[in-house]
Design a protein. Sequence first.
Length: 148
Amino acid sequence: MENKTIALGHLNKFAGQWHTEGVVLPTASHAAIEVKGTDTYEWLPGNFFLLHKVDVLMGDNHVQTLEVIGFDESANHFTMQSYDNKGHSTLMTATHVDDLWIFKGESMLFRGKFSENDTVFSGVWEQLNHEKVWAPYMNIKLVKVGEE
């Protein structure tokens, strides 16, 4: 089991403002959708929780989300509780193994990594389809502001 202080230290790489770009992959019913905007991560007082703010356009859809990330020592994973501008609330977990970050919710799964110099965070979101199989949904890349 990971020490809470060490685990929270892994979140330091996220702190700061990021330019976000990506694409929701095309399906039989819709074309690819461009994703563009910003993600901001900042520590709340005490440095026990990281606040994540999302402000992106997914095509014509403006998405704004607030997410609070913390570490659950008893479960040995991070918790990610989010709230968006459409009235949705989502709970996900996150794990960090070697260089790989995995975010998992009821119907969404992300696998991603930081670049060698920690200025790019990129990966693939997958969505649970009707057959209960994880299928690629969106490619995403965050580039730290000032590092483009």
